[in-house]
Design a protein around this ligand. Sequence first.
Ligand SMILES: NC(=O)c1ccc[n+]([C@@H]2O[C@H](COP(=O)([O-])OP(=O)(O)OC[C@H]3O[C@@H](n4cnc5c(N)ncnc54)[C@H](OP(=O)(O)O)[C@@H]3O)[C@@H](O)[C@H]2O)c1
Length: 318
Amino acid sequence: MFGKKKIKPQIDQEQLELIQNAQRRVKQKKRLYFHFVFFVLGAIGLIVANLVLAVREDITPFEKPWFVSAVLIWLCLLLYHLLNVFVLNKFIGKTWEKTQLDKLVIEQKVRIEKLKNQLEKEDIHIAKSELFNAQKNTNTLSKTNTSNSQEISTKNSNLTIIVAAGEKNEIGKDNKLIWHLSDDLKRFKKLTSGHHIIMGRKTFESFPKPLPNRTHIVISRQENYQVPSGVIVVNSIEKAIEKAKNDSQAYIIGGGEIYKQALQFASKIEITRVHHTFDADTFFPEIDLTLWKETQNKFHKKDKEHDYEFSFLTYELA
Ligand SMILES: NC(=O)c1ccc[n+]([C@@H]2O[C@H](COP(=O)([O-])OP(=O)(O)OC[C@H]3O[C@@H](n4cnc5c(N)ncnc54)[C@H](OP(=O)(O)O)[C@@H]3O)[C@@H](O)[C@H]2O)c1
């Protein structure tokens, strides 16, 4: 019962591999040694056969006795063997292959981990955005009975509102935008180029000059409001829409006052939701989610050209 316990020799995988590797190397070197001995004896044998025993003395490649060529060819084989054992084996032997494979596996694992983190982060933001919309939906539902401002009957299928707004619907301050998001500006340019863009007088005045390749329609109550040639001035939103009626896709581009009035006429909203809150003096109106449904949602993460994370959201009539 209390007799000596037999101690089993414990050897881990790494040690086992080292031993196997050492055994393999010993075998390789032994084989090389035998090859060398065999070569020396063989070469002597060939010389004796050719010069002493005069075997096939008539064969003289390159005008030399044949044993010279035979010994040289054998010597090349021996050198190749030597190279294989001491040089090639180090670079492209099994151990080298395994090290490279291990390195690759580690690199792949790191990349997978990075991708996983990135995906998790994006998931959080999509979820946040959905939660944000769901909360708004609940708030708006309770108000639906008292407000019928966004009537569907007056909708124009060719009219889209385009806006960038913060998490609290902030859109501007001191008649300026509050952020610079180059991909948002690119998207704005891509969507609106070649079309009519309808805006309030203040938004028009926030541009240094009219935007190229677009027909500007400016809404103002001022009589005789002066604008550069090509810019159309009207005194109501209805007249602005009338002017753009032949455009298959006209855009309402702001600002706050015009968005409020235009919501009842548009059939689509392209909103860039900037995932941040800002100090602002102008806001986009609340979107009534009983009337509008989100049809697209594309998240854009923060990077060196974008100080904030944002999502391109599209709302269409439900
Ligand atoms: N984030 C975005 O996507 C975005 C887009 C556009 C603008 N913005 C920002 O929004 C701000 C400007 O918006 P805002 O609300 O102050 O001004 P706005 O809507 O651009 O313009 C208001 C002006 O439009 C005219 N107007 C409004 N309703 C009218 C009506 N029913 N009939 C005739 N004229 C009418 C009036 O011009 P008169 O005073 O001449 O009569 C009024 O002062 C700026 O900060 C700008 O940077 C942000």
